[in-house]
Design a protein. Structure first.
Length: 433
């Protein structure tokens, strides 16, 4: 799999600089041995400065074998030298010897100086570079990244993609994790990136690589969310972390119709409600025509709304619920409130009102005056006209009283009449013909 270039360009992160002047030099007590150590120490540093890394390995090797506790600079400079030597040779076997020497130097340094927290990230990244395609040795690099997180609580955000690439490879080569374990690692890295982003870092590249790798693993789909993650949440509904995972993955993979998504949404909305969670939760209930559940959630969303546009959305959904429950007067009032809060809701609101009027014949029919009974369709026509709904207007007009019906009741076109009933509007009489 091709990994983004930034993943491979992190040399600046590695602090393998030249070190010479340090306290704690332990020169041999034997004068001849001391002289040789001083000579070879000077020799390897000269080679290193001139980037003759292969030549530098020879005097350095003598020092590491014969005076391993001479100074920590042997190990700091040594990683730079052996890494440079590995780049300088073409023979793969010799290259691997030099690469292994870099890792061995870090391990010896840890034994002698007990300061892993300072350099464990560097060791981990060298291990990533060297062993990412070796299904056995890459495990050591993963352990080093995990050790870095254990010692320091996090890793440099620039290294997160390298770490997750190793996880991806370990899964591909060795089936080393369950899908749940990979998701847990992914979430942990996402938290690190969120913290770095909050601190002003640009983590776009790292986030992109993480998602690219996660998709490549083909772990997550709607069936996985519903049938693997969902039952675990059902068994432990207090697990907010799992609920958030299900919610986030459901959004990412557009699995909105699953029971697992709804359960996760309910937990999140109960514990940390926002306008968005309450609104989406209510929409799910509305899809299932569960108005008794939807109504209180929408009322909560109204209290969480941050502006009139959001309030208008909630009011309009409440209007639809009231209408579905037969509370037509309340539905009309809510629709008008929505239109007043947000002009963009006006067309929808007046269309809903028109629909309410059109469906009210059984509620309002008195049977004494056809003109009065059919006047509700004139009120519906007026509502549809405000909505700009030509189809609604045509349907309503087809149900106006006829000229003959007005004549029979001694009524005239242009006169007004009150619809009565819950609609209770004065309308100007008109005929369908």
């Amino acid at each position: 799999m091709k990994i983004k270039s930034t993943l491979l360009g992190l040399a600046a992160v590695l602090m393998a600089g030249v070190v010479q002047a340090q306290d704690g030099w332990n020169w041999p007590s034997d004068p001849a041995q001391e002289a040789k150590a001083r000579e070879l120490n000077a020799a390897y540093t000269d080679y290193m400065k001139s980037e003759q890394y292969v030549d530098a390995t020879k005097p350095l090797s003598w020092l590491l074998v014969n005076v391993p506790e001479l100074n920590e600079s042997l190990y700091i400079n040594g990683t730079k030298i052996y890494d440079g030597a590995a780049d300088a040779v073409s023979d793969e076997a010799q290259k691997r010897v030099y690469q292994d020497s870099v890792i061995a130097l870090y391990e010896k340094r840890g034994e002698l100086y007990d300061n892993e927290s300072k350099w464990i990230e560097n060791k981990a990244y060298y291990g990533y570079q060297y062993y990412k395609s070796d299904k056995e040795k890459l495990k050591g690099a993963i352990k080093d990244f995990e050790k870095a997180m254990e010692l320091n609580g996090t890793i440099n955000y620039q290294l997160t993609a390298a770490y997750f690439d190793l996880v991806y490879r370990n899964y591909a080569y060795n089936k080393a994790y369950t899908p749940e374990e990979i998701l847990e690692i992914h979430d942990k890295i996402q938290a690190m990136l969120a913290e770095a982003e909050a601190g002003g870092k640009d983590v776009t590249s790292q986030k992109g690589t993480l998602e690219q790798l996660l998709v490549a693993m083909e772990l997550i789909d709607c069936d996985f969310i519903e049938n693997t993650m969902g039952p675990k949440l059902a068994a432990d509904p207090s697990n907010e972390k799992l609920a958030n995972q299900i919610f986030n993955y459901s959004v990412q993979y557009k699995c909105f119709s699953s029971d697992a998504f709804l359960q996760a949404l309910e937990i999140i909305d109960n514990n940390n409600p926002t306008f968005a969670t309450s609104q989406v939760r209510a929409m799910r209930y509305l899809q299932e025509k569960d108005y008794e559940k939807a109504e209180p959630v929408l009322e909560k969303a109204m209290t969480l709304a941050e502006n009139d546009a959001q309030k208008a959305e909630v009011k309009f959904e409440l209007a639809k619920i009231y209408g579905a429950k037969g509370q037509k007067s309340a539905a009309r009032a809510a629709a008008k409130e929505a239109a007043a809060m947000d002009e963009s809701k006006s067309k929808d609101a007046w269309k809903l009102i028109g629909d309410l009027y059109m469906g009210s014949m059984n509620d309002c029919k008195g049977g004494e005056s056809r003109a009065k009974d059919y006047s509700i369709y004139i009120a519906a026509y007026n509502a549809y006209q405000r909505a700009g709904d030509n189809t609604g207007m045509a349907n309503a007009k087809a149900r106006f009283p006829s000229k003959e019906e007005l004549f029979t009741e001694s009524l005239q076109v242009g006169s007004t009449i009150n619809t009565g009933c819950w609609i209770s509007e004065s309308v100007t009489l008109a005929t369908r013909d």
